[in-house]
Design a binder for this molecule. Structure first.
Ligand code: NAI
Length: 437
């Protein structure tokens, strides 16, 4: 069986049999190929090299089978020119090793773009643990140990990747990570962290919507109708902020029947809540001015795009386009203005970015991202991207991507390309030669 077709659990079994506890796939710029720590894993290096979609000369992929819990734990490092790679850690189920690797690669690259556009001196990275490998999480003590082991793994990477919270991981889990490494953010406030970033994320999405409306000469959010897919950590405060802006109506959908109660929380708002089945994307097609995907990715595709009635799509969900190039073009052909996620959902990572610099009430380093005065605020950068896109004939998503690529190659003003040096040192000093017990 080809390595990439194995399930993550089967890969773990194979690694244990071969006494491989850790492995890496590292881009060798001089040789123009992916260097792999163990010859048995060569096919994974070839998979990356031959891929044109998700692999983008990522500086390094580091993976371990956690020594005690047996969970497959990885750190995906895309580009570290601007500084240490940073991004959340996802605990998710994957059918195959290939799906696991692709998700990590894609998400890490997205973080490079988001961090660069936000003006953070951070590179792009992502952590991924595969559900269904090693011990399960039903016992809280085991769950804690899984995250402690992830923290120990991050420590072993000497700071080339700084982790954070993401899907499947809670702030409490981050406390367990923090107990084993300094290279994490998004820890609970009780430990000096910034806590839940979803409220500023929702505020940032509102600023993106306002820029899009202004660009189209359609005024403000007052009196508009907005459809929100997903009424979770971001979607719920988003509804509140939209109400404050005087929207006429919000149509929200969620798969969780518990979300029906939300209507009581916004008594003055015309809020229609639809509880739907997983995979039901009909909320995207309602008559509205703006659609805000705030649930899962991949929901803009050839099946949904033709049904859209709104002229603006602006939401928090990561990777909304199922196929970035194809679906961006489809949206453009329909005259729908799409503001990419990595341009407007930066506040999660921004909230976590400066934890070590302390806190100030209504923190100016946070507020400037949400205001009108800083030229790199979400509102101003979105306007700039939209105007330059119009001038150059590119789509806003293409324009934002080109800008992000350019910025992501700027070197950290103090530390230069230190991440690449850390990776080189990990490779030279035998990071992967720790044996499986
Ligand atoms: P969440 O898990 O709290 O909320 C998502 C909500 O969507 C849940 O209530 C869930 O039941 C619902 N949902 C799932 N599938 C659905 C479907 N098909 N139709 C309707 N509802 C559905 O997640 P959160 O934190 O609100 O994040 C939302 C999105 O924004 C995610 O894609 C996340 O990666 C992204 N994001 C979140 C940030 C944050 O600060 N929380 C920052 C940047 C991105």
């Amino acid at each position: 069986m080809e390595l990439q077709k194995l399930s993550p659990a089967e890969l773990c079994e194979l690694l244990v049999r071969e006494k491989i506890r850790r492995f890496f796939l590292v881009w060798d710029e001089e040789a123009g190929r992916v260097q792999v720590s163990h010859p048995q894993l060569e096919p994974l290096a070839r998979l990356l090299e031959e891929d044109r979609r998700d692999f983008d000369r990522h500086e390094g992929v580091f993976v371990q089978v956690a020594p005690e819990t047996g969970v497959l734990q990885g750190a995906f490092i895309h580009r570290t020119c601007r500084g240490q790679s940073a991004g959340g850690m996802r605990y998710w189920r994957y059918d195959t090793v290939e799906a696991y690797l692709r998700d990590g690669l894609r998400l890490a690259r997205g973080m490079t773009h988001k961090n660069a556009l936000a003006g953070l001196w951070w590179g792009g990275g992502k952590g991924v643990m595969a559900r269904g490998t090693g011990l399960g999480t039903s016992d809280p003590a085991i769950r804690r140990r899984i995250y402690e082991e992830y923290g120990e793994f991050i420590t072993s990477l000497h700071g080339v990747y700084v982790t954070a919270e993401d899907v499947g991981t809670s702030v409490e889990d981050m406390a367990a990570v923090f107990s084993r490494t300094r290279f994490t953010t998004c820890i609970p406030p009780a430990l000096g962290g910034s806590g839940n970033p979803s409220v500023p994320t929702a505020r940032g999405v509102v600023r993106g919507m306002e820029a899009a409306l202004q660009h189209l000469g359609r005024g403000t959010l007052a009196g508009k109708t907005v459809a929100v897919q997903g009424l979770g950590h971001v979607g719920e405060p988003l509804v509140g902020f939209l109400a404050e802006k005087g929207v006429r109506k919000v149509i929200g959908s969620d798969i969780d029947p518990g979300r029906r109660d939300l209507a009581q929380r916004f008594p003055g708002l015309d809020l229609e809540i639809r509880i739907v089945e997983r995979g039901d994307n009909s909320v995207l097609a309602v008559p509205a001015d703006v659609v805000a995907p705030c649930a899962t990715g991949g929901i803009l595709n050839p099946r949904t795009i033709p049904t859209l009635q709104a002229s603006i799509v602006c939401g928090a969900a990561n990777n909304q386009l199922e196929d970035p190039e194809r679906d961006d073009s489809l949206l453009e052909e329909r005259g729908i203005l799409y503001l990419p996620d990595f341009l407007v959902n930066r506040m999660g990572i921004v909230n976590c970015a400066d934890e070590q610099y302390g806190y100030i009430e209504e923190d100016p380093s946070i507020e400037r991202h949400l205001g009108d005065t800083w030229d790199n605020s979400i509102f101003n950068l979105s306007l700039k991207v939209l105007e330059e896109a119009r001038r150059s004939g590119r789509t806003p998503a293409r324009m934002a991507l080109d800008l992000a690529e350019e910025r992501s190659r700027e070197l950290h003003p103090l530390w230069g390309h230190r991440g690449a040096a850390i990776i080189g040192s990990l490779v030279r000093t035998g990071w992967a030669s720790v044996l499986q017990k």
